[in-house]
Every structure is written in structure tokens, then in C-alpha cells.
Design a protein. Structure first.
Length: 135
């Protein structure tokens, strides 16, 4: 479990946007290790974790996109039923809101990677530290 950076690209929802961004980053040898996007009225967020944040920011801004940077919580958990529930319950009991989350597990893997945007990052680290989430 660790704090990690995340870039959020704010864009209009339109076909090809994610492909355009991924192509530009790939051409610059910037790897995307995690991402999440959703559509809403107005600008929509595309959350990215990448191998080179400064280079990615430069590339995205050169495309005319608004980019912000946040710290988020990235947690490795055991891929078994109830793992996310333990996190949600612990954070809720501490009064920490989960603003958004995303994650995945590779087929055959025994661990999942979850990313949380939370209302209190330091508090979340403190609350979750004693939990044995990857077991």
C-alpha cells in the first residue's frame, strides 16, 4: 500500500480520445500502468498512472489538454471475495470518503491492484496499515 501520483486529463467525451492519448504517450515511450475514465456532462476525467509523469504532462498539454496531478492510494490486495469490503468498511468507519476507485486483477493472478481517490489520504494510510490486505 502506498501513496502514488496520478494524472487526470480533462477532456470532452468523444470517440477516439483515449486512443489519441494512448498513442501519443506510447510514441514517447511513456507506459500507462493504470487508467480509468468515465463520461459526464462537461469535461470528463481520464485518470492515468504512468512511468514518467513529467514527460506525460508535457505530451498531454501539447495536445491542448488540461492536466491535473493528484496523490492517490494504491493498494495490493488478495484476489478473494471480501477484500474490497474490508477496505471500504475500514475507511467508512474512520469517516473517510472514497471519491472514486478503480482496479484490476490479471487472469490467474492471486493479487489485485486497487486505486482509491479518498477524502483523507494520510488518514486512509493510517487506517489501512494494520490490515493484512494482501493475504
Amino acid at each position: 500500500m502506498a501513496k502514488t501520483k496520478q494524472l487526470t486529463v480533462w477532456l470532452q467525451s468523444a470517440p477516439g480520445q483515449v486512443g489519441r492519448i494512448a498513442e501519443a504517450l506510447g510514441a514517447a515511450k511513456v507506459n500507462i500502468s493504470a487508467f480509468s475514465c468515465s463520461t459526464r456532462t462537461g469535461d470528463s476525467p481520464l485518470h492515468l498512472q504512468v512511468s514518467d509523469y513529467e514527460r506525460a504532462r508535457e505530451i498531454l498539454q501539447a495536445l491542448g489538454l488540461r492536466v491535473t496531478e493528484e496523490e492517490v492510494l494504491r493498494v495490493t490486495v488478495a484476489d478473494k471475495p471480501g477484500a474490497a469490503a474490508r477496505i471500504g468498511q475500514a475507511l467508512g468507519a474512520a469517516g473517510i470518503n472514497i471519491d472514486y476507485a478503480y482496479g484490476t486483477v490479471a487472469p490467474g493472478s492471486r493479487k489485485a491492484e486497487l486505486v482509491f481517490g479518498v477524502s483523507d489520504l494520510e488518514g486512509a494510510l493510517h487506517v489501512l496499515k494494520p490490515l493484512k490486505l494482501s493475504q
